[in-house]
Design a protein around this ligand. Sequence first.
Ligand SMILES: *Cc1c(COP(=O)(O)O)cnc(C)c1O
Length: 237
Amino acid sequence: MYANNQPMNIPNPFPNIEVNLVTVQQQILAACQATGRDPQSVHLLAVSKRHPAAAIRAAFAAGQRAFGENYLQEAEAKMQQLADLELQWHFIGPLQSNKCKAIAAKFDWVHGIDRLSVAEKLSQGRSIGQHPLQVCIQVNIDQEPSKSGCTEDQLLDLAQQVQTLPGLKLRGLMCIPTAGGDATAAFGRLRHLLETLPAEWQLDTLSMGMSGDMDAAIAQGSTLVRIGTAIFGPRTT
Ligand SMILES: *Cc1c(COP(=O)(O)O)cnc(C)c1O
């Protein structure tokens, strides 16, 4: 197994990534078939945080185009190393105010909007010549003190305000259920919350599901699964 852009005599240093990607795609397919969903309606985001640019390059060679990162500086370094590839970059980490401008300039998607101040800064950081930044609002679906995300009560107000901000296109909602909790119930609540938002906004994204709970997320209507470990292996750094 060799990445397309490597000479045949140099072994691919990431031989598992292509196999893992196929396995994950098959898992998505099976989860869709089990619940009567169209497999095209579930997008795969490869979460590459704490994995090197070369791992992203291997995934690209296997056909993957959308990558998720949690840390701005780490992502910027990889963007530079991978500038020759057409990639779609998603910021999925917690948003710090002082990073929003650079995040808005460099990423295609941001999943973790949880308060108006960061949404405003993202809006200000997106220049007029760029496509709107595609954004999701993160809901703290299990009301964990340690986790980012707005409360269910705050959601409608926040969504209404994000809707009006220039340079942003609100696509839907994101959540990370509590580890070891009832993920199915949490995903079901997020889906219900999306349905309570005005239909004329045409929100089409439920960003939910990671390596450990992808099947449950798809069964509950996920349209975008964020998968790291199952593609790139465990994070060791
Ligand atoms: C790290 C991370 C993921 C990927 O998690 P895995 O369990 O490795 O699949 C998904 N979403 C967010 C927000 C993350 O921070």
